[in-house]
Design a protein around this ligand. Structure first.
Ligand code: PGA
Length: 364
């Protein structure tokens, strides 16, 4: 009879003692998919909390990280997933080496979870909105270069809407693209998406100039109008593969028939700045990552032919899911904020030009 609890389900394999216990079962219980009362079996035997847990485990690829995110202990998470697995009548995860991945059933449940949780989250916001409040959650994915402004915009946003929980994922172009395709976040600050189709909404946002940077002690910091080929003998520090900056630099050099002499590859704009100051070479960086240094410091912008490379950020989201009210509100807020970002860039550029002028004046 539908509604009865399926038979007990063995706990996860003990072969991986360091790994979380993954609840498994060989029993496929068809009561969950039969007609009649079967349709409310899951309603009576699963909880929204379990669905939220499953969503977090699939998204984060780990029981431990899901437990941390939701402020639960790992045994609680394992127990809840075991119960969910029993209600579904099939294992939801399997071990692959030292990682876990959802089974086919797990994937199906995950897809349903996301829809249910998104609907509830929107409902929460709509209800809060009716009360004149805005509550809910905003997941933002941004390029490494946008991490220099996104926290500030979020800070201003959260002052106006203090009830909103925010998560910010910072990563390179390649991974932002993957997150967009996987619907991992509500909204992205990124370059032009590779794919343009009517499922992807792209709104042009602030400029993202790519500038060539050296230590203030570097002889090129005292030169004007440096031809690109004069950089051919310089040691370059390049971002990691998957970085949009890296691609833009290599494309610019290739257009001049040049290949930069790469001394080192680093996966962080901050580490690159340190390496430049340490005399390890020169690099192209986003001007956004240099606004603090523009007030005076150890870095100088080089006046190189073809630079700055002017690119643009975009606010991007997938139309295949309804944009939450929070995300839409943030989108409008960010667009209103854009002039401040432009003003900061202009000020940073003017400061660097002043530094260059004074370096040139000192050396002549
Ligand atoms: P990324 O940033 O190098 O971290 O991918 C690219 C960009 O700012 O366009």
């Amino acid at each position: 009879m539908a509604g009865r609890k399926p038979k007990g389900v063995p706990a996860g394999s003990s072969r991986h003692s360091a790994m979380p216990q993954i609840p498994t079962t060989d029993v496929i219980d068809t009561r969950t998919s039969t007609g009649g009362n079967g349709s409310d079996y899951l309603i009576r035997h699963t909880t929204l909390r379990q669905l939220q847990l499953l969503e977090a485990i699939v998204r984060l690829g780990s029981f431990t990280r899901a437990a941390e995110e939701l402020f639960l202990t790992q045994p609680t998470v394992s127990m809840q997933i075991k119960k969910l697995s029993e209600a579904i009548g099939a294992p939801l995860f399997r071990h692959v080496g030292r990682t876990i991945e959802p089974t086919d059933a797990g994937r199906e449940v995950h897809a349903a979870c996301r829809d249910i949780l998104a609907t509830l989250s929107n409902l929460e916001i709509k209800l809060a909105d009716l009360k004149g409040l805005k509550r809910g959650r905003l997941r933002l994915g941004v390029l490494t270069t946008a991490k220099y402004v996104a926290p500030e915009i979020l800070g201003a946003f959260c002052q106006v809407y203090p009830g909103i929980d925010v998560s910010l994922k910072v990563t390179n172009r390649e991974h932002i693209h993957e997150r967009l395709m996987g619907h991992d976040d509500d909204l992205y600050v990124m370059g032009q998406p590779r794919e343009t189709n009517d499922q992807i909404q792209t709104i042009p946002f602030a400029p993202n100039p790519l500038v060539m940077v050296a230590s203030v002690d570097h002889p090129l910091a005292r030169q004007r109008s440096i031809p690109l080929n004069a950089l051919a003998e310089e040691s370059f520090i390049l971002r990691e593969s998957g970085s949009g900056i890296r691609d833009a630099v290599l494309t610019q050099f290739a257009a001049g028939g040049l290949i930069p002499r790469v001394r080192m590859q680093l996966g962080s704009n901050e580490a690159i700045k340190r390496a430049i100051v340490g005399g390890l070479g020169i690099a192209a960086l986003s001007l956004h990552s240099l606004t603090l240094e523009s007030a005076g410091g150890r870095l100088a912008l080089l006046d190189v032919e073809g630079f700055p490379i002017i690119r643009r950020w975009h606010l991007v989201y997938s139309r295949s899911r309804e944009l939450s009210l929070v995300a839409r509100t943030f989108l409008d807020f960010a667009i209103d904020y854009e002039p401040e970002i432009r003003a900061r860039l202009a000020e940073a550029e003017a400061n660097f030009v002043r530094i260059r002028d004074s370096l040139i004046a000192q050396s002549s």
